[in-house]
Design a protein. Structure first.
Length: 601
């Protein structure tokens, strides 16, 4: 008996040694895969292996869970923190309710099976699911309301809006309701799979993680770089189960949108990701959790929630608003509002929450959470416009740092104007903003003629930055100065913006960040030719970077233009004086954008 136990322990030790050697031998291949992030990746793995294998070979340690052969090893199960979920059937202790009311509310919002099925039906057109899904957000359900698009029948109260648009035809250009099918088999065979079979419990998750590294992490930011923030988050996810669940969910959703994964798998991964998020929030609110662990867990949950917004955008869900609300709470608890983070991941999170907050405030016409005193908004660039952070804010978002600062000021001033700030004060600040816009443009914008010598990637990124600048000009003219839509300077700015967007080749990379400039252009287009060009660009981008939200916004443009035409007819009949009373009121189409929490970042 003793000889048998000894042989068993020796065999287990040999298996562990072989597994570790195989993983370390694979690090060189993974280093090539992650483009310069290999040091951080190797460091992450080293910490994990020291934790798991060093002196922990007892019968009750993690080593006891290993089986012969590395193919059956689930490393994530070994390193995963044991997070106890909230018992939905028992009352929450009053102490936790008093200390963490927002997070507990958010946690409970991540568990509603009926709402999940409603959302799945609306977002994907799936009427029946035969798998067990019991977690999803109750803010993903679409309101039961009558919504009419041009050329469509009203939806009755017994039906919900489905986000599966018909083919979008513009002249000879057609975007069908299908997406490019990715060859996932080729991807899987190119990954030198030892390390992935060791890290993940099945081939589906291994492929999804690899797809995130090789594709999704280059689609979400405007421009790929050696310090790609989303690749950094993917590396962090190797030691962070809550983040890994969302990385797998995002990747599977993108694979589905491009024809590489079934919808059932995408929905299942999202359900699992939200369940893990709920469990982690429960652990965060546990009074026995140590302070140091709480700090890192808050950062991990913040990163997860900010990435969950990407899932909402891709799938057309309505959870973005609630995610943003609680991301802001965590952001303040981490102290990032007051001081610059000391770690690269913190910099990525600051950039992402800034972009999400400012863009959503413009799409939804609300005041940003971030105050004008926020250190990142007021951070100075070098005289030639370069940023000190790496990756730069423009590489991550497409929008230059100096432009996002001006957009934040415009958004706050627009909210002040809507809430009754004296007109003289608003106009004084508006003229100051206008001067700052012109000075910044002369300082930072390089004329297109002077960009011919630049590499294509940098030239395209600069053009996208100019698109954001002209979007800011339109915002200032329309929401602060209240210029008429058909005024000379509004239409002149619109023409420049359309020409800049058309100069970008589809699929160049930075053009994926055109959602805000395109939406602002659509809001001001009155000429049929301008509208046709905007619709064509939107259809092209939807085909190249598929997402349900892009499809919905493309469909909404016709409704927006119908509202514009109706408003202009009213101006001709009753004059500007009476139509001016409608300032601050949203048209039916723009109100739908706000109610449905539609935006793309």
């Amino acid at each position: 008996m003793h000889d048998h136990e000894a042989m068993h322990l020796i065999q287990r030790g040999n298996d562990l040694e072989e597994a570790v050697l195989n993983v370390y031998n694979s690090i060189e291949n993974v280093t090539k895969l992650v483009h310069g992030a290999g040091d951080a990746f190797a460091s992450t793995l080293t910490v994990q292996f020291v934790t798991i294998f060093d002196g922990r070979m007892g019968p009750d340690g993690p080593g006891a869970q290993l089986k012969p052969g590395i193919d059956n090893i689930d490393l994530l199960a070994l390193i995963k923190v044991d997070c106890k979920g909230l018992d939905q059937t028992s009352p929450v202790p009053s102490l936790l309710q008093n200390q963490y009311p927002e997070m507990l509310s958010y946690s409970h919002n991540l568990s509603d099976e009926e709402i999940f099925h409603t959302w799945a039906n609306a977002a994907y057109g799936v009427s029946d699911h035969n798998w067990n899904i019991a977690t999803q957000t109750d803010f993903l359900a679409f309101d039961e309301q009558v919504i009419t698009f041009q050329g469509s029948k009203p939806l009755g109260a017994d039906k919900r809006l489905e986000l599966n648009p018909p083919a979008c035809e513009v002249e000879n250009y057609t975007v069908e309701d299908t997406t490019i099918v990715s060859n996932m088999d080729t991807l899987t065979h190119s990954l030198h799979g030892d390390i992935f079979s060791f890290l993940f419990p099945n081939n589906e998750e291994s492929t999804a993680y690899a797809y995130f590294l090789q594709s999704v992490s280059m689609i979400i930011p405007a421009c790929d770089s050696s310090q790609n923030g989303y690749r950094q988050l993917a590396i962090l996810a190797l030691s962070t189960p809550v983040l890994m669940g969302t990385v797998i969910s995002i990747s599977t959703t993108y694979m589905h949108l491009r024809g590489g994964a079934p919808v059932s798998l995408a929905l299942q991964r999202q359900s699992q990701a939200l369940a893990t998020l709920r469990d982690s929030i429960s652990d965060l609110t546990n009074p026995d959790t140590t302070t140091s662990y709480c700090e890192s867990l808050r950062r991990d949950i913040l990163a997860t929630i900010l990435l969950q917004i990407t899932v909402e955008i891709a799938s057309g869900g309505r959870g973005a608003q609630t995610h943003i609300d609680y991301a802001w709470n965590l952001f303040r608890e981490l102290g990032y509002e007051q001081r610059k983070p000391t770690c690269p991941i913190g910099t990525v999170l600051v950039q992402r929450i800034t972009y999400i907050d400012i863009l959503s405030s413009i799409f939804w016409q609300r005041r940003p959470f971030l105050p004008l005193s926020f250190w990142f908004i007021n951070q100075q660039c070098t005289p030639d416009g370069r940023e000190e952070s790496s990756p730069t804010f423009q590489e991550t978002t497409g929008c230059p740092h100096w432009v996002i600062s001006l957009l934040a000021r415009i958004s706050h001033l627009s909210a002040d104007d809507a809430t009754g700030m004296p007109h003289t004060v608003v106009m004084s600040q508006a003229h100051e903003l206008q001067t700052d816009l012109h000075v910044a443009a002369r300082t930072y914008i390089t004329p297109l003629a002077g960009q011919s010598s630049l590499p294509n990637k940098q030239r395209h990124l600069d053009i996208v930055g100019q698109c954001f600048y002209w979007g800011a000009v339109l915002l200032l003219q329309r929401r602060i100065f209240h210029d008429r839509r058909n005024s000379c300077r509004v239409q002149s700015a619109l023409i420049v913006l359309i020409q800049l967007m058309e100069s970008l080749p589809i699929g160049c990379g930075p053009d994926s960040a055109l959602s805000l400039p395109l939406y602002l252009a659509a809001l001001e287009a009155i000429d049929p030719d301008h509208r046709m060009r905007i619709r064509r660009k939107s259809c092209q981008l939807t085909k190249e970077y598929p997402s349900k939200t892009r499809e919905t916004l493309t469909m909404l443009y016709d409704a927006i233009w119908a509202d514009i035409d109706m408003e202009m007819e009213m101006v001709e009949k009753v004059g500007d004086a009476k139509i001016g009373r409608r300032r601050g009121q949203l048209s039916a189409a723009t109100r739908l954008v706000k109610e449905r929490c539609l935006f793309i970042c």
